[in-house]
Design a protein around this ligand. Structure first.
Ligand SMILES: CC(C)(COP(=O)(O)OP(=O)(O)OC[C@H]1O[C@@H](n2cnc3c(N)ncnc32)[C@H](O)[C@@H]1OP(=O)(O)O)[C@@H](O)C(=O)NCCC(=O)NCCS
Length: 169
């Protein structure tokens, strides 16, 4: 596990150059569109207020990114224990971890874990001013076990991809 003091989280800047970073799978595929998102779509998302894009540096070197947006999760897609009394709400407020990628050279050192911890902490902070009950994300079958290790639960939503959530404490 990388020492967290070596990590620096900041918002994407126009000067950040990701051309030498690789967010594809080991076989070069990009099933969740993570590499293509950063290289082709991220600036448009930022410009149009669709996502805040964050970078993670290790000892000053760009290593990872992630994208955050406000979101809501449908109550019917959560397990029963999440449902709050008789409030009859359709959805609960959430932050969407829309994309997350760690460059191949930096994988398996706990950076993905630190990103998730950062998002939970941010959701807690933001939640003091704009309520936020969950951090949620969309992934695939292959990655779901990774997020389960990070205590995300699988939503009951039926779709090609898998939605996962973790309650902000
Ligand atoms: C998924 C990803 C973000 C993980 O980042 P990371 O910094 O390497 O992850 P961490 O170091 O926090 O965790 C690594 C651990 O997760 C495990 N892991 C990685 N991918 C996994 C998977 N698909 N299924 C289950 N476990 C997985 C590793 O074996 C390792 O386990 P260990 O801690 O017991 O040794 C990174 O592999 C990545 O960028 N992949 C390509 C883009 C992508 O898929 N992004 C996620 C979109 S939802």
């Amino acid at each position: 596990m990388i020492d967290p003091v070596r990590l620096n989280f900041s918002l994407l800047s126009d000067k950040d150059n990701f051309s030498n970073l690789d967010f594809t799978e080991n076989d070069g595929t990009d099933p969740l569109g993570v590499d293509i998102f950063l290289k082709q779509k991220a600036l448009g998302y930022r410009k149009n207020n669709l996502s805040a894009i964050y970078t993670v540096r290790v000892d000053g070197e760009l290593a990872a990114f992630f994208a955050l947006s406000m979101f809501a999760i449908q109550v019917k897609e959560l397990h029963d224990k999440e449902k709050i009394g008789d409030m009859n709400l359709v959805s609960y407020p959430a932050i969407l971890l829309g994309q997350m990628g760690v460059d191949k050279r930096f994988r398996n050192q706990g950076i993905g874990y630190r990103i998730c911890q950062f998002c939970l902490g941010l959701a807690q902070e933001v939640g003091k001013k704009v309520a936020c009950r969950y951090v949620i994300l969309e992934t695939n079958e292959q990655k779901a076990s990774y997020y389960k290790k990070l205590l995300f639960e699988q939503s009951t939503k039926k779709s090609q991809k898998i939605w996962m959530y973790r309650r902000v404490s």
